[in-house]
Design a protein. Sequence first.
Length: 135
Amino acid sequence: MTDTAIRMSSPDGVWPAPTYEHVAVAGDFVFVAGQVARDPQGNWVGLGDAGAQAAQVYRNIGRILESVGATPRDVVKINTILTARENSKAITEERLKFFGDHKPPHTGIVITGLGSPEVLVEVEVIAYLPAGRRK
């Protein structure tokens, strides 16, 4: 991360996006870019399977949060974007597995398509992380 008021990075273990960083820390808030189902090598995970894609998405989010010293319990807002309403149950199951009994505010949006035709779900989160706990 750079030494500025806003620190941005893309941690190891998450496929690096060519045009943006995966996480920004601004003050006590952590903003995680929308995550899709790519493994650390850039391969698509769960083609045609929204639940498998969501599981990979949450693995990525977990790695990103950990890279700045945060955990799922620090998340204060979730936005889920999906391409088919019928996939919402499988995606929700993975969200509940990841967060357990922590239930931050959540917005679900159904749209006709995302950045690549392979993508069935994309999730972004915002976390609150006081300075004393940051990496």
